[in-house]
Design a protein around this ligand. Structure first.
Ligand SMILES: Cc1ncc(COP(=O)(O)O)c(C=O)c1O
Length: 313
């Protein structure tokens, strides 16, 4: 199933609707002497502005799955995530708006008895039922392959399935006049967003993913290729993943990255989500400064999310 063309951004069930996304999202140039010195142009694809409760790549990946859940008469959604998962919060909010139930399977059995952090609290407040599983068991469960919950559409961790990849391809389709000098950049957690962007590019343009996980070389490439096969029945050769800017691993925001992101916000007035978007932006700046992006490159960084509303806790 694809995202319907018109109106492609809203979906309804029994009179309950999810407010439509503001699409296409803005494309804004960033003037920066640091990049100009390297002959690199930067633009931001502001997917963070797509939707108030289902922002960024969450909208792109969830919208086609929500359409499916509604079309198939599902009573709810079941999905997987960590203690601060944006995907769980967005799924809970979207499900509630559509009158669907939602279940979130959370990594970390010990969290069941602990006071809820702000993120899990928000998911529960939106009606999500949380189930906590041991960390050792989580990885095997999170593909959703073994889950059989009658009436529920099961989405893998991060929501990255074939429908999600096709939804993320819309990001690339919204970019006009792409050609050989274009590099469309995004963070990589589970790989669905990168897979979609690469699939949506015209010939000549390339996609660059920035891994936010440590030690994921090979693994993430395999995930993206598998998603391409699942969504399109073939692989694509127009993308690669950079593994040099995970900054210590998932969720790590070292002082240097924090300074970079805060300086970017001050200079350009754009809020920078730290765990994904900041790493991607910093990678583009560092690759440009190191001469690893050919002069004339036009880099488009997809702003895939919004900063956390509060710090950990
Ligand atoms: C803001 C943000 N950007 C990027 C990603 C990673 O996207 P993907 O899992 O499709 O690689 C996530 C997590 O899903 C995210 O929350």
């Amino acid at each position: 199933m694809t995202v319907p063309a018109e109106p492609r951004a809203s979906t309804a069930r029994g009179g309950r609707t999810l407010a439509p996304a503001a699409l296409p999202t803005p494309l804004t140039p960033v003037a920066d002497p640091l990049l100009a010195a390297a002959g690199v142009e930067l633009r931001l694809k502001r997917d963070d502005l797509a939707h108030p409760t289902v922002p960024g790549n969450k909208w792109r990946k969830l919208a086609p799955n929500l359409e499916r859940a509604v079309a198939e008469g599902c009573r709810g959604l079941l999905t997987y995530g960590g203690a601060y998962s944006t995907h769980l919060r967005a799924t809970a909010a979207a499900a509630r708006a559509l009158g669907l139930a939602s279940v979130g399977v959370v990594r970390g059995e010990e969290l069941a008895a602990a006071p809820r952090n702000w993120s899990l609290r928000a998911a529960e407040a939106a009606g999500m039922v949380l189930e906590f599983v041991p960390r050792a068991a989580y990885r095997a469960l999170a593909s959703g392959a073994g889950e059989d919950r009658p009436g529920y559409l099961v989405l893998p961790e991060g929501g990255s399935n074939a429908l999600a990849v096709r939804g993320a391809a819309e990001i690339a389709a919204e970019l006009p006049d792409l050609g050989g000098r274009d590099l469309v950049c995004c963070p990589v957690g589970t790989g669905g967003t990168l897979a979609g962007i690469a699939a949506g590019l015209p010939p000549g343009a390339r996609a660059l993913g920035v891994a936010v996980l440590k030690g994921a070389g090979g693994y993430l490439e395999g995930e993206v290729a598998a998603l391409h096969r699942a969504a399109y029945g073939r692989e694509f050769g127009n993308w690669q993943i950079h593994h040099g800017h995970h900054c210590g691993g998932y969720g790590r925001v070292p002082a240097g990255l924090e300074e970079f992101a805060a300086a970017f916000e001050r200079r350009h007035g754009v809020p920078v989500e730290r765990r994904y978007v900041a790493k991607t932006l910093q990678a583009v700046y560092d690759l440009a400064a190191a001469g690893q992006l050919p002069p004339g490159t036009r880099a488009t960084v997809v702003v895939t999310g919004v900063p956390d509303p509060v710090g950990p806790g």
